[in-house]
Design a protein around this ligand. Structure first.
Ligand SMILES: [Zn+2]
Length: 87
């Protein structure tokens, strides 16, 4: 997080991508949440990333419902990195 000090009031694309899973899970709070929200308002690419991730997580939840043992906890991070590699 230390490399985002240039604009403390708004997250970068990189930081937003890193935090989207927390954002979706409602785990971001206070200043961190505000920064991501500000970024999403002005960045179409990250809004599209957010909707891709939301769709992927929905699919994951349906899978999880039918197969309780899957997926591994790191799946969200894997999805985020896949989506980012596709940029
Ligand atoms: Zn962005």
């Amino acid at each position: 997080m230390r490399d985002f000090v240039l604009k403390p009031w708004v997250a970068t694309c990189h930081e937003t991508a890193d935090r989207l899973s927390d954002y979706i899970d409602g785990e971001l709070q206070g200043r961190g949440l505000a920064r991501v929200q500000r970024h999403l308002r002005r960045c179409k690419r990250c809004r599209e990333l957010l909707s891709s991730l939301t769709r992927a997580l929905d699919q994951l939840r349906s899978l999880r419902a039918s197969e309780p043992a899957e997926p591994a906890p790191e799946t969200v991070a894997v999805i985020v990195s896949r989506i980012r590699r596709g940029d």
